[in-house]
Design a protein around this ligand. Structure first.
Ligand SMILES: [Zn+2]
Length: 496
């Protein structure tokens, strides 16, 4: 008898429909698995056989052929265990075929018949939604799958429970997404950082205009603490952006506690592998640049990252996507993030510190700064020094504004940008930049004088215009005034 079970294979972020066909016919016991399975799918045979036996179900003493259709599509992952097991049972008449037909199914089996979670529950649920199917998943994935509205998701703890459910002997409750965490419980407040008014202002400008930011300061100056607060200053994700971010995290197998509504914050260590940063692997998964999509990618100790890693940031910074070449096809993942990097002022870390002496020479300092290539450095609209405060300075430092207060200004400024030009100022270049940053004669004179005095490159000139535009938007000003320009000029610093 022939049974068919619907499942999906993940191709990047997409769930592509796969029909698991199981044919059991009389003959010498044998098992053939066809339809371009990868190693994890091939190994399903042993897991499925043991799980069926140990859960007390029959294993056919006959000729078994399992076909994953369409044949030309490569099938990846261990989540085909459950559809294959249910197909074997349906082909033996243990599970009614008509009970299976409205469902899509995915799950890995343990040898004892227990169901183990699989990556990509959100992606699988989107596949089921597109086909108008219900979705049967391991219990640990059910809440995650239920984040997709409009799909009935059921979670089973083991094979026995899944079979009893399909036979109508046991009910399973439709999964509900977890209640979202209250923002107040997760909010990282700017007020927790003492002093550092200049760096906080840079965060506000970065969040408003989507300007990439480089923080330069000694160890312990609070660079990481500042960077972590940036996502909470940024506009919360729209419903579509939230689902998009959630889909990426689900496909990467990240634990999800609900729909991602706050822009994500990712801080890969400088030893991160190329695939870990950009994406890839045997079953290609999104890397850190995609996990940071719509949020912040924080690279601490920027000069310690490999040249290859930093070079690979170019495409996402340019195009907002990252392409992963594969043998048969290339995959594209979204990767539009706000880049925040931090570095010490010199190799020993103490150059410019009021208390500790720097032991570096001008040459080693220059070499350290040179590790970051010019094109990457050009990406940072904002460069700001974060000095280490002495205990006395910390005690005297005023508390400053809360994240929620600053975010009000950020949201208003961002709205102005979107109304004027449809995108944040940090993404303006070329003609659009000139068009939206027209200067008064007095401002023009000030900027030209500064350009001459500081020997600004054309790129540096553009960076200052973009930042000045955001400062004007934060002030609610239509025109870029001289004081806006003067402030913008303070967010540049040559390294080394
Ligand atoms: Zn030093």
């Amino acid at each position: 008898m022939l049974a068919q079970v619907r499942s999906y294979t993940l191709f990047g972020l997409d769930a592509v429909p796969v029909t698991v066909e199981v044919d059991v016919s009389p003959g010498l016991p044998s098992y053939a698995l066809v339809g371009l399975p990868d190693k994890a799918v091939e190994e399903s045979r042993e897991r499925v056989r043991a799980a069926l036996k140990n859960a007390g179900f029959p294993y056919p003493q006959a000729r078994v052929v399992v076909n994953l259709a369409p044949a030309e599509l490569r099938k990846e992952g261990s989540h085909f265990d459950l559809p294959i097991a249910l197909g074997l049972l349906a082909a033996q008449g243990v599970v009614p075929l008509e009970a299976l037909s409205p469902f899509a199914v995915a799950g890995e089996l343990g040898l004892d018949g227990s169901l183990r979670p699989v990556p990509g529950a959100v992606n699988l649920a989107l596949g089921a939604l597109a086909e108008g199917r219900r979705l049967l998943l391991p219990i640990e994935n059910a809440q995650e799958g239920a984040l997709v509205e409009g799909v009935a998701v059921y979670g089973a703890k083991d094979l026995r429970e899944a079979v009893a459910f399909l036979r109508g002997e046991e009910a399973l409750a439709q999964a509900r997404p977890q209640d979202p965490l209250e923002e107040a419980n997760t909010l990282l407040d700017l007020r927790d950082v003492k002093g550092q008014a200049k760096a906080k202002r840079a965060l506000e400008i970065a969040a408003s205009g989507h300007h990439h930011l480089l923080l330069v300061g000694s160890p312990g100056s609070g660079k990481t603490m500042l960077a972590r607060r940036l996502p909470h200053l940024m506009p919360p994700l729209t419903p579509e952006a939230a689902l998009e971010a959630t889909r990426i995290h689900s496909a990467a197998g990240q634990a999800l506690r609900g729909l991602i509504r706050t822009p994500p914050f990712r801080a890969p260590h400088h030893t991160v592998s190329y695939a870990g940063l950009i994406g890839g692997g045997a079953i290609p998964k999104p890397g850190e640049v995609s996990l940071a999509h719509r949020g912040v990618l924080f690279l601490d100790e920027l000069p310690e990252f490999s040249r290859d890693a930093l070079e690979a940031l170019r495409q996402p910074l340019e195009d907002g996507v990252v392409t992963i070449a594969r043998a048969r096809a290339s995959l594209t993942f979204p990767a539009r993030f706000l880049l925040v990097a931090a570095m010490n002022p010199c190799p020993c870390g103490w150059h410019g510190d009021p208390e500790r002496p720097c032991t570096c020479t001008p040459i080693t300092r220059q070499r350290y700064a040179d590790r970051i290539s010019g094109p990457l450095l050009d990406r940072f609209d904002l460069v700001v020094e974060v000095p280490r405060l002495t205990p006395e300075e910390l005690a005297r430092a005023p508390e400053g504004e809360s994240t929620l207060t600053v975010r009000q200004r950020v949201l208003a400024a961002r709205e102005r940008m979107l109304a004027r030009q449809g995108r944040p100022n940090g993404e303006l270049s070329g003609r659009a930049l000139r068009q939206h940053t027209a200067l008064s004669p007095a401002s023009q004179a000030l900027l030209q004088a500064a350009a001459k005095r500081l020997a600004l490159s054309a790129r540096a000139y553009d960076r200052i215009l973009r930042v000045a535009r955001t400062i004007a938007d934060l002030a609610g000003s239509e025109s870029i005034r001289e004081d806006h320009l003067a402030e913008a000029l303070t967010y540049r610093r040559s390294l080394g």
